[in-house]
Design a protein around this ligand. Structure first.
Ligand code: AMP
Ligand code: MG
Length: 589
């Protein structure tokens, strides 16, 4: 965790400074905690209170909790006050801890001063004071000097110093795509799905900056760099079971009997002494193997008689022992950049001692519906109106994929309104998904507008369902102009937008894993277009498809658990023939 200190003499204004910094830095979206070193006569508890009575009676720790806060009071008693590092270990994960006092500790600090008292004094003697902030005066000192009230400047200095400022870079610092990145070679009319995917993959790159965050909170985030194990796992040989450890060299075939040491090795409490050859020692799961022990016999496999451990030989050398580094070696790459962290990865990060990771900023995905006919659900709309199904569908896909959904609402088929929405979207999102108006009809304003801005590339992809995909770049922000039909919008998002957004977010290209299943249906398919049918697995393990292929049939999306993918060529499918089934889960939904 990042720490930064504020020090100063009495009445130098350090508490006021901390107070303003906490407010300023929190307002920028960082989580902040503070540590305050109090005077030895100060007490957090009060005589007569129940907690005070608990403490007086001798409780080692008292946890005092109410609706508004809780505090753990730990009695130092005759023990010395713990060092700062030990105290910090009690604070939950945050972006930054501001520390008031502790001027003798060596973390970086700013000194608050007032000229009246002849300051800054600490900075002159202590190299850990990396800046000063005071009420003016002619201060001749080799570190940056701030006005004590210039909270914004001081906050930025601190955030930069601890490495948090690049964290949320201004939008224009993020790499941008070129306007023509989606352009197809001239003369290309229809393109097959694979060619479209290949072109898409080569057209884009990550477009978000990065930031450091606690590893424990990095679920679903994308690593910007490889994670190298800081320590081997396990760091030393230990026992895989509860049992008895000994030197294998003393063991032969047949009944064995080893006198037991009056000692044991437990996890976190290893045995310091060596175990002589021919003796056994009690050892618990996870406990380090003491010197002289290379093999462990399971407690269920022994009898203890008169302090002797009895069991049957032979036993394999190294049985029930885990070698140092058998899971991962120090310096080995534990996780590669571009990895989207899942719960197992979070465990691995901890196991190799990684506390903080650098991840890509979460991709913000704007979702906009277009069409004069669209209305919000609720109330009974006239028959010429359509409830907007695409926007909630797309927003929930975005959320499911771990991106930040930005609801851009709905716009009628009107060029100016659309332009406003795209301007707003480009300011507030990293990528925009629109649905509807992507074709070349009179009311297809998404493609018309992008074309006018010379930022459109209309991809006529040989796919069913799905009409042209309007690919564009608006003010540097990529746009996926999806078809309006909900089924087509859904399929195009899964097949094209999902792998592309993964790259934009800093991750790898994604190919959904499919499974070959016998068809539960009959279909004659013509050559030319790749087809995706709404499908699910029947009770007898066959792929059944939705009764209608109509691309407006939203109920089929809900009925299905996946898609059947039929290759570009012609096929005459009979029940029992193999088909490729891709479950929704392979698309991360
Ligand atoms: P378009 O691509 O704009 O020509 O729309 C094709 C079809 O999809 C039309 O029947 C639209 O009414 C329908 N449609 C477009 N957007 C949506 C939406 N957000 N929700 C439901 N249906 C839509
Ligand atoms: Mg429309």
């Amino acid at each position: 965790m990042k720490v930064f200190g504020v020090v100063g003499w009495k009445n130098s204004g350090k508490t006021g400074l901390i107070e303003r910094l906490v407010a300023e830095i929190s307002a920028r979206g960082y989580t902040v905690s503070t540590v305050k070193h109090a005077h030895h006569t100060f007490d957090v508890d009060q005589p007569g209170k129940d907690s005070h009575r608990h403490r007086m009676a001798g409780a080692k720790e008292v946890l005092l909790s109410s609706r508004s806060r809780w505090a753990l009071m730990h009695e130092n008693r005759d023990q010395p006050e713990p060092p700062l590092a030990e105290l910090l270990a009690n604070i939950g994960a945050v972006d930054l801890i501001l520390i008031e006092g502790y001027k003798r500790d060596d973390h970086a600090k700013i000194e608050a001063y007032r000229v009246e008292t002849g300051a800054p004094l600490i900075a002159r003697q202590d190299a850990s004071v990396v800046a000063v902030a005071g009420n003016g005066g002619n201060v001749d000192i080799a570190v940056p000097v701030f006005d004590l009230n210039d909270t914004v400047m001081i906050a930025e200095f601190i955030l930069r110093h601890v490495g948090l400022l690049e964290a949320v870079p201004p939008q224009d610092d993020s790499p941008q795509l070129q306007n023509d990145c989606f352009a197809l070679p001239t003369g290309v009319d229809w393109i097959p799905v694979d060619a479209a995917l290949d072109k898409l993959r080569r057209s884009i790159k990550p477009i978000v900056g990065h930031r450091a965050i606690p590893a424990s909170g990095a679920l679903g985030r994308v690593l910007t760099s490889d994670i190298v194990a800081k320590r081997a796992n396990p760091p030393a040989a230990n026992s895989a079971v509860d049992g008895y450890g000994f030197a294998h060299s003393a063991i032969t075939h047949g009944p064995q009997s080893l006198p037991m040491l009056k000692a044991r090795s437990a996890p976190g409490a290893p045995l310091a002494d060596a175990v002589p050859v021919g003796r056994a020692v009690r050892i618990l799961t996870g406990a380090l193997l003491p010197a002289g022990v290379d093999t462990v016999v399971l407690q269920e496999d022994v009898k203890i008689v008169d302090d002797e451990v009895l069991f049957e030989g032979p036993v394999k050398l190294g049985a029930n022992a885990r070698n140092a580094g058998e899971d991962i070696q120090e310096g080995q790459v534990a996780l590669k950049s571009g990895r989207v962290l899942h719960p197992g990865d979070i465990a691995l990060l901890s196991a190799v001692g990684c506390k903080e990771v650098s991840v890509f900023r979460r991709l913000r995905v704007g979702v906009l519906s277009t069409g004069d006919e669209l209305v919000e659900p609720g109330g009974l709309a006239p028959a010429d109106k359509t409830y907007d199904a695409n926007r909630p569908m797309l927003l929930s896909l975005v959320e499911k994929w771990g991106y930040h959904p930005v609801d851009l609402g709905h716009t009628p088929d009107n060029r100016a309104a659309l332009q406003d929405k795209l301007d707003y979207g480009a300011e507030n999102a990293d990528v925009i998904l629109t649905s509807g108006g992507a074709s070349v009809g009179d009311e297809d304003h998404v493609s018309a507008l992008l074309k006018e801005a010379e930022a459109l590339s209309s991809w006529r992809i040989a796919i069913k369902p799905g009409r042209p995909l309007a690919m564009g770049v608006w003010n540097g922000v990529p746009i996926f102009g999806l078809p309006g039909n909900p089924v087509a919008a859904f399929v195009c998002t899964l097949i094209f937008a999902r792998p592309a957004m993964s790259i934009l977010a800093g991750g790898d290209w994604m190919e959904p894993q499919g499974f070959t299943l016998p068809a539960a249906f009959e279909k004659h398919k013509k050559a030319g277009r790749r087809e995706y049918l709404r499908a699910r697995v029947s009770a007898d393990g066959r792929a059944e498809v939705f009764a209608s292929e109509g691309s407006g049939r939203v109920s089929g999306l809900s009925w299905a658990d996946g898609l059947v993918e039929l290759e570009d060529g012609a096929r005459d499918i009979q029940p029992g023939d193999p088909v490729r089934y891709i479950p929704y889960s392979s698309f991360g939904i």
